[in-house]
Ligand binder design. Sequence first.
Ligand code: BES
Ligand code: MN
Ligand code: ZN
Length: 497
Amino acid sequence: MNFNAKTCAADTVRSACVVVAVSEPRRFSPAARQLDKASRGQLSALLKRGDIATDCGKTTLIHTPQGKVQAERILVVGCGKERKLSVQHFGKIVSAAAKNLQSGSATEAVSFLTELDVEDRDLAWKAQRTVEATRQAVYRFDELKSDVKPPRHPLRRLTIAVNERGELSEAKSGVKHGIAVANGIELARTLGNRPGNLCTPADLATQARALKKDHPALKVQVLEESAMKKLGMGALLSVSRGSRQPAKLIVIQYSGGRRNTRPVVLVGKGVTFDSGGISIKPGAAMDEMKFDMCGAASVFGTLSAAAEMKLPINLVGIVPATENLPDGDASKPGDVVTSMSGQTIEVLNTDAEGRLILCDALTYADRFKPDVVVDIATLTGACVVALGHHTTGLLSNDQDLADELLEAGQNSGDRAWQLPLWEEYDEQISSNFADMANIGGRGAGTITAGCFLGRFTKDYRWAHLDIAGVAWKSGHAKGATGRPVQLLTRFLMNRCA
Ligand code: BES
Ligand code: MN
Ligand code: ZN
């Protein structure tokens, strides 16, 4: 889909469809008011009769605008009661418009939704969000269907309207960033949606190399198991030994910043299928464990977006990729393994594999002399219990870094919430037989997982994002969400500002 920005007025613009807003009680946005005037009161008459919905996210399509209106159609989107919209509501309004346009017959439209007031957000932000939410709303994963029926008249071009020429460059830069982030989100969703047999560790490595084709500024390196063995990554290798697919450690570098400035290192959990291993999971919904590489996918998506935006920053993405399967040679509960850091780990549950692969990747991260390290992982079912499917869990050994990420979450609408990393919790992972156990008992599973990782991140500022609840949706809309690419790209953009 194409996006652009231009200066125009709602009543005189020639378009297949103009998109405007209405809120309760019976309040038109400025562009809607102009259209009402040009149509000699058509909109207000319809509204009075109850034929225009004002609830947030409800749409009404007017096929035959009257009077002097130049557009062929008017799409009115309801905004509910709020005078100032929340970030969440704005996203809902934009996606409702996009879905209506995608299934309707206009293939091109001009949107005036960026004239809405969104709490503390400027035009560039609204333009960016419009592009992202529109692309997210029309995304489909149908590469594995043999008989796809695309929409009859898909939306091909969305123009973001601005009032004055002076606003044009701001809107255009928002559009550009929106396209880059949407591409990153889409990449993360598509990688997440691919099944375990088509998205193995080797496939992820191939994807990384493909990413370099799109963005020559990236540098890609893939470490094989032999190299991991030399490095002493006994924790990571203890997970992959139960699988016939060899593990890969994928390293992607983007150097958009000054030489010698310390990079942001992103570490993404890349378990391409998590059966639990010998501590095997129950069968129900086990297919969803193909999404256990969504942390990795978000690292790919974020690097792609950063490269496309040409952010002046140095970035390193590290993805430990493996399957977790049972086998005669798989790790067993009670096995003790030695991590790259030298610390020994008693594997009390082979289903707590994410922390085992991340700990070695986090030790490896130190060689890049990071400014900060952020890991992203579908790490604990406990995080879904604590925060549900709306919010990412955040844990950190540095409050400034935690605040930066929380703020990026608030700003983008891709929100996170912090949990504590206190010593009392850390005591839960003590072991009688090794330096630590890989599980911490019944309570506070997300925090004890964070404490485990915290033992490998003492030498730098670090934060952990547990995306177990937000990385994908279950049920009839089953599929990867692309989260937290928005949070991460906003975090990086803020660091560049
Ligand atoms: N990938 C899972 C976490 C998960 C489970 C994410 C369900 C989303 C939905 C992880 O590897 C895992 O199995 N964690 C265990 C840890 C436990 C054994 C301490 C869990 O959460 O049950
Ligand atoms: Mn597991
Ligand atoms: Zn897992």
